[in-house]
Design a protein around this ligand. Structure first.
Ligand code: ZN
Length: 483
């Protein structure tokens, strides 16, 4: 069988995925609310057609006889397609449909429950999700533990015990670090007019090297990045007048966007034409948000441009005070607002509770209590209500279990990659202080972005850093910055 026919089929499937991406982007960015029901039909139909076509015997026949190809990229395409094809075929259609249906109903229930801070009305939906996850896990009896099955979906080859040992090490250092450094420091006080923040975001994107002919940015309550196709990168950010969060959200989503943008064009319209895993993706969003966007050099260059945009709020705040304020450790209730040091503990808490829910050692009805106790233990904060506690994230309602750890693994990996970049490129802070980000971006393109999904995450990390997953560079970074 020739690899050309496989590529043709996968290119069409990729077009269908892109159509789903556009439908989803439109639903989140520009669709009038009453369009939701009709859009749900469109997305369901597209998803079903794509799924049926992909899991067909035809794709299996195209794969047959293509093992051991000499060309590295072709071999990677066959490997990845086979992995995804076998995974997708393992889940009975009836279960897949039930998971999709439950997600739709549960996310609406979660939305209401969160608004009313009423966990009890959401609990039956979460129970149903946990039950469906257990059935899903049973489809993969050869993979280690139940939680390994879930992790492997977002982070190929990652195991629970590996995550556990990284997280144990983080806890050991972070809990005392946070307890000793959590004075918070002065917060910045607004007003920060929305149009001025948007202007600031544009200035940063210009200097990071976005091309307005190929990128766009819009406003949504929850920022995200998507790529409906080659030369089409769409970011969103959320701009509120009370703080400058939008600037960091923009840099975060730029990191996701630039990874996708800089994938080698020859990989377009194929499963290789996207970032290789959730954690590697998050390592890039975190790198641009934190390692670049919260660095001294960056602010040496950018603060003189930002300050005059907000004379009322920042007129009397010097660069030092400003950098301290946007980097401070402030244990809080909400994962999405967490600083660099406390963020990991929000994730570790979810990682632990997800396993306990799946194992049945924590019952869904007891979840708020377990959540609140752990928030107190790890971060020293009291949870006033479920909206600011167990109901804050949408993930579980749509059946995303095993996904949260990739956020924190991204933080860990970001510093591993950063260390190598610094070794190769010299003093990045000096470059940033001159508003120069091109060398870093080009280095990342060469070593990470252009490869798309040619290498599985573990192999990519090994190639770039010469090392396996390692929490020490990240901990060293935090201790140097905050210790
Ligand atoms: Zn992200």
């Amino acid at each position: 069988m020739s690899v050309t026919r496989l590529k043709e089929t996968l290119a069409e499937l990729s077009d269908l995925h892109h159509a789903e991406t556009i439908a989803d982007w439109d639903a989140r960015v520009s669709m009038p609310p009453e369009g939701a029901e009709a859009r749900a039909h469109v997305v369901a139909t597209l998803t079903r057609i794509t799924h049926e076509r992909f899991i067909s015997d035809e794709v299996g026949e195209l794969l047959d006889g293509l093992d051991g190809l000499e060309d590295e990229t072709d071999a990677a395409l066959v490997r990845l397609t086979r992995r995804e094809w076998e995974r997708a075929r393992r889940v009975p259609g009836e279960l897949a449909a039930e998971m999709a249906r439950t997600a739709g109903v549960a996310v609406a229930a979660w939305d209401k429950a969160k608004a009313a801070s009423d966990f009890a009305t959401f609990a039956p939906h979460l129970e149903r999700q946990v039950e469906l996850k257990r059935r899903y896990v049973e489809c993969f009896p050869e993979i280690g533990t139940a939680y390994d099955v879930l992790l492997d979906e977002y982070e190929e080859g990652m195991t629970t015990s590996e995550v556990q040992s990284v997280f144990d090490r983080l806890k050991e250092v972070l809990v005392p670090l946070i307890a000793s450094r959590a004075d918070g420091g002065a917060r910045l006080e607004g007003p920060f007019p929305v149009d001025r923040q948007q202007q600031a975001s544009r200035l940063v994107l210009d200097s990071f090297g976005w091309d307005p002919a190929k990128w766009r940015i819009d406003e949504t309550p929850h920022p995200f990045a998507s790529k409906p196709g080659l030369g089409d990168i769409r970011l969103t950010t959320h701009t509120g007048p009370g703080d400058l969060t939008s600037l960091f959200s923009t840099m975060h989503e730029f990191g996701h966007g630039v990874y996708e943008f800089d994938v080698d064009e020859r990989l377009a319209r194929s499963p290789l034409g996207r970032g290789t895993s959730s954690a590697i993706h998050e390592s890039q969003s975190r790198m641009w948000e934190n390692l670049v966007g919260r660095s001294r050099g960056f602010w040496r260059w950018f603060y003189p441009q930002l300050q005059p945009l907000f004379p009322e709020a920042l007129g009397g705040v010097d660069e030092d005070e400003f950098v301290r304020a946007v980097s401070a450790i402030r244990p809080g209730l909400i994962r999405g607002d967490a600083d660099e040091a406390t963020y990991g503990l929000h994730i570790i808490l979810r990682f632990e509770l997800e396993q306990e829910l799946l194992a049945g050692t924590v019952a869904v009805r007891d979840l708020p209590e377990a959540w609140n106790a752990r928030m107190k233990h790890y971060l020293g904060v009291d949870v006033p209500d479920d909206a600011h506690g167990v109901l804050q994230d949408m993930h579980w309602s749509v059946g995303l279990f095993g996904y949260f750890p990739t956020y924190q693994l991204g933080n860990v990996v970001s510093v591993q990659i950063w260390e190598v970049a610094r070794r190769d490129l010299g003093d990045l802070d000096e470059q940033f202080a001159r508003g120069e980000f091109g060398q870093l971006r080009e280095w990342l393109r060469e070593h990470v972005y252009r490869h798309g999904s040619v290498y599985p995450p573990r192999e990519l990390l090994q190639r770039v850093t010469g090392s396996a997953l390692d929490p020490e560079p990240y901990l060293h970074y935090l201790q140097t910055k905050f210790g």
